[in-house]
Design a protein. Structure first.
Lengths: 155, 316
């Protein structure tokens, strides 16, 4: 499986002959690790690195250690090229500071807790993030096929 | 016309038209629930909600007790959804990269009906509407009429021969269609070959695993004592949001309709929200309790999300 992944990511794989690549993505253990590993290695080689977390950076360094002859020249460039991409979910969907768009609602007022701000009416932007999470994890979601507003808004 | 043909025609009409007793309808529903999971088929369906329309190409196979599905969303941005049993993996094209997301089992079309119908029996009555032709197939049309106003009404079109769910719609109290999903064309697959169960890999793009969807199943002191009739809690997960306290998501369902409750501690600098919102078939209710932000979301009438929001308590 690891070899297949490697070949696949390098664009050398014969798709028809790959076992279900899907398995790589769905699994959580070694294969998933390998999947990410190979991507990182390839990205480093191509000098177009996308990194999601500091954990990932550690893994890159580990990858570099593993294969010094191949990766060392690229590695020196990596530090300045690393693009820290904050995950979509955090960046776009849970932003409480999101600007308040025109919203249609009927409201009810609740006495606020001491020490925190007075509650305000929920707006479109606030609701979107929750609607998306609902559609993502609730069963029976035909709505699943929609690209959510919140998703596209951040791009 | 040979006598046998005449006889079978007469019998056919007799069997299909008038004599659907209540239990027969539940049997049709049961067959419909199973058929979507056990048949091998390929087709094109369209999902419609308000102004949103999406065409999806589906291939489904049931092989040696395992279920494989591939959904390719044809409109909008490229998106492929693979599932094997309860495992779902999505390949999502975003800008210059492909984001891989993992999901839990969901009842994706046409497997919209739960295989255990017991829960539905508490909340819905079945009514035969008649027969209609959908995607070139004859279908029995059955309404699931809710016993109360805590859920919407559903209408299903079930293939008279195979039992496959051909179409399903959700209607409000005034019978306006809120959401609809149905085949434009569908055919049974004869092959056992699984070579279609592959994402279209674009070797020029980076593939990124989405780490934010790691799911922790948890139990805590959060309870909703009086859920709206027919609903029960089916799951509770913790969403990891970078730089923020974890958000609890409790999921409730009556077997068809589902509602999520989000619970999040209100920290300094966070703006608490309250109030109600309607977004097509989706209703949202925000509420504040004991320093927690509560948000309830569901494809259910407004009073259902309100009722859940007001029932949340924290066990001592």
């Amino acid at each position: 499986m690891k070899q297949q992944l490697s070949a696949l990511i390098d664009g050398e794989a014969d798709i028809e002959r790959c076992e279900h690549v899907f398995l790589a993505a769905k699994s959580t253990g070694e294969v998933a690790e390998a999947w990410r590993h190979y991507h990182v290695i390839r990205d480093v080689m191509r000098d177009e690195l996308f990194v999601q977390s500091s954990d990932m950076s550690r893994r890159i360094m580990a990858a570099i250690d593993d294969e010094p002859t191949v990766l060392a020249p690229a590695a020196t460039m990596v530090a300045s090229k690393v693009t820290h991409i904050r995950p979509q979910f955090g960046k776009y969907t849970w932003s409480i500071a999101a600007s308040v768009a025109a919203a249609f609602f009927v409201g009810l007022f609740v006495v606020s807790q001491s020490g925190v701000s007075e509650p305000v009416q929920i707006a479109d932007n606030d609701a979107d993030q929750y609607v998306m999470a609902h559609h993502n994890y609730a069963p029976n979601s035909a709505t699943y096929y929609i690209h959510n507003v919140a998703y596209s808004a951040g791009e | 016309m040979p006598l046998r043909l005449v006889l079978s025609l007469v019998l056919g009409i007799y069997l299909h038209q008038p004599v659907f007793a209540d239990e027969d309808l539940w049997l049709v529903l049961q067959k419909t629930a199973s058929a979507a999971r056990e048949l091998n088929y390929q087709g094109l369906f369209v999902y419609q909600n308000g102004a949103t329309i999406r065409s999806v190409q589906i291939t489904h196979m049931y092989e040696a007790g395992r279920e494989f599905t591939r959904n390719v969303v044809l409109d909008g941005r490229p998106r492929e959804v693979f599932s094997e049993g309860d495992d779902i993996v999505i390949f999502n094209a975003k800008n210059d990269k492909i984001v891989i997301e993992k999901r839990r089992g969901q009842n994706l079309f046409p497997a919209m009906l739960p295989t255990q119908l017991q829960q539905l029996r508490h909340s819905y009555k079945l009514k035969l509407v008649g027969t209609e032709r959908v995607a070139g197939r004859m279908a029995s049309v059955i309404d699931l009429v809710p016993n109360d106003n805590l859920r919407y009404q559903y209408r299903i079109w079930s293939d008279t021969e195979y039992g496959l769910l051909l179409k399903m719609s959700m209607m409000d109290m005034q019978h306006h269609t809120l959401e609809q999903i149905g085949f434009n064309q569908v055919a049974m697959l004869q092959t056992k070959d699984l070579d279609w169960f592959q994402p279209k890999i674009d070797a020029t793009k980076p593939y990124v695993m989405d780490d934010t969807t790691e799911l922790n199943h948890i139990q805590d002191n959060l309870v909703v004592p009086n859920l709206p009739a027919g609903y029960r809690k089916i799951d509770q997960i913790q969403l990891q949001v970078p730089g923020k306290a974890p958000v609890q998501q409790l999921i409730f369902s009556d077997g068809l309709a589902s509602v999520s409750l989000f619970v999040e501690p209100i920290v300094k600098g966070m703006q608490p929200r309250i109030g109600k919102k309607n977004m097509g078939s989706t209703n949202v209710c925000a509420h504040v309790l004991n320093g927690y932000q509560l948000v309830v979301v569901g494809e259910v009438p407004a009073q259902t999300v309100e009722q859940i929001a007001q029932q949340v308590t924290f066990k001592k």
